[in-house]
Design a protein around this ligand. Structure first.
Ligand code: SAM
Length: 319
C-alpha cells in the first residue's frame, strides 16, 4: 500500500511538472506567434502589392499561417493561459478570425475591379422585383438553403421565365431536400440529382462527415437536350482551400463550369437570381461560347464583389 502511494506520488509530481511545462509552452508559443505577426504586419506595410505572399513563402510560412500570426498580433493583450483548454480555444478563435480577415481583404481587392459587364451582368437587386426576360435558356443558382420561400419563388420564376425545355440547376441543402423537391416538382419536371463531392469531408451538425452537396436538375416541360453533350452528374472538388475566400456560402466554380459547358449551348442566356459572390458568372465566363449571364444579388457589397470577380477572372483567362 505504502509502496503504491510512493509510486503514485512520483507519478503525480511528473504529471504536474509536464502539465506546467505544457501550459508554459502554450504561453510561449502564443507570444512567439504575436511577435511573428507584428513582424509580418510591419513587412506588409513596406512591401508593394503582390509581394507579400512570395515574401511569406520565402520564409517558409504558409499564407494561412501568416494570416493567423497577424490576427494574433492585432488581438488585445490577454492574461496568460492557465490551461491548455484556454489556449486551444484561443487558437480556434484566431483561426476563425484569420479566415474572416483574409476574406475581407480579398473582397476589398475584388470590389476595386467592380464595374458593369455587358455579357456577364450582375445587378444589385432583389430577384423578386427584377424585370427578368421570358426567354431564359437555363437557370443555375444557389438560394439560401434554409429559405423555403426562396425555393417557392424560384419554382414560379423558372416556370414563368424559362423557355420551353429550359433547364434549372439548383443547389439544395441536404437537410432541406425533402421539403424542396415537392416545391420544385409542383411547377417543373424532375430530371436528375447531381452533386458536388468534396474530397475531404467536414462534420455537419455533429452527425455526418459531409462529402455530398446535392444539386437538383429540373426542366420546364421536357428537357430540350438535342445536341447537348453527356455531362457528369457528380463532380469531385479536390482542393477546397480557396472555396470560401469571397463569400461565406461560396461554391466551387469547377462543377458549375462543367455542367454549364455540357448542358447549355453556345449563346445561351443563363440566369442566377441568387448570385452571391458570382460563382455562376465566373463559370459562364469560363465556359465561353458567347454564353451570357444575367444575375441579381440583394446585398450591395456581394454584388460588387461578384462584378469585380468576373472582371478579374476574365483578365486572368485572357493573360
Ligand atoms: C447561398 S448564397 C449564394 C452563394 C453563391 N453560390 C456563391 O458561390 O457565392 C445566396 C445569396 O442569395 C442572396 N439573396 C438572398 N435573397 C435574395 C433576393 N431576394 N434577391 C437577390 N439575392 C438574394 C444572398 O445575399 C446570398 O448572397
Amino acid at each position: 500500500m505504502r509502496e503504491t502511494m510512493t509510486m503514485l506520488d512520483t507519478l503525480a509530481a511528473k504529471i504536474k511538472s509536464a502539465h506546467e511545462c505544457a501550459v508554459a509552452a502554450a504561453n510561449k508559443s502564443f507570444r512567439h506567434a504575436k511577435e511573428a505577426g507584428l513582424g509580418l504586419l510591419e513587412a506588409k506595410s513596406q512591401l508593394q502589392h503582390g509581394e507579400f505572399l512570395p515574401f511569406c513563402r520565402n520564409l517558409g510560412i504558409a499564407p494561412r499561417t501568416a494570416q493567423i500570426y497577424m490576427t494574433v498580433a492585432k488581438s488585445a493583450d490577454r492574461a496568460p493561459f492557465k490551461s491548455i483548454a484556454q489556449f486551444l480555444t484561443e487558437v480556434k478563435k484566431a483561426k476563425r478570425q484569420a479566415h474572416r480577415d483574409a476574406r475581407d481583404t480579398e473582397r476589398a481587392g475584388t470590389i476595386l475591379h467592380a464595374a458593369p459587364h455587358e455579357q456577364y451582368r450582375i445587378h444589385h437587386a432583389d430577384c423578386r422585383e427584377f424585370d427578368w426576360p421570358h426567354d431564359l435558356d437555363a437557370i443555375f443558382t444557389d438560394p439560401p438553403w434554409a429559405d423555403l420561400d426562396a425555393y417557392r419563388w424560384l419554382a414560379d420564376f423558372a416556370a414563368d421565365h424559362l423557355r420551353d425545355g429550359g433547364l434549372l440547376m439548383v443547389q439544395v441543402g441536404n437537410a432541406e431536400i425533402g421539403n424542396v423537391v415537392p416545391i420544385l416538382t409542383s411547377k417543373l419536371n424532375y430530371v436528375w440529382t447531381c452533386a458536388i463531392m468534396y474530397y475531404e469531408g467536414k462534420p455537419i451538425m455533429g452527425r455526418f462527415l459531409g462529402l455530398v452537396r446535392p444539386v437538383l436538375m429540373l426542366s420546364k416541360g421536357s428537357w430540350d437536350r438535342d445536341g447537348l453533350a453527356c455531362g457528369t452528374d457528380a463532380i469531385t472538388v479536390h482542393d477546397n482551400s480557396n472555396v470560401k475566400n469571397l463569400h461565406e456560402w461560396q461554391q466551387p466554380v469547377e462543377p458549375w463550369l462543367q455542367w454549364i459547358s455540357a448542358w447549355t449551348r453556345p449563346g445561351a442566356l443563363i440566369a442566377d437570381p441568387f448570385a452571391g459572390s458570382g460563382t455562376m458568372a465566373e463559370a459562364v465566363m469560363m465556359a465561353g461560347g458567347n454564353r451570357r449571364l444575367l444575375g441579381t444579388e440583394i446585398d450591395a457589397d456581394h454584388s460588387r464583389v461578384a462584378q469585380g470577380r468576373v472582371i478579374k477572372a476574365e483578365e486572368k483567362k485572357a493573360a
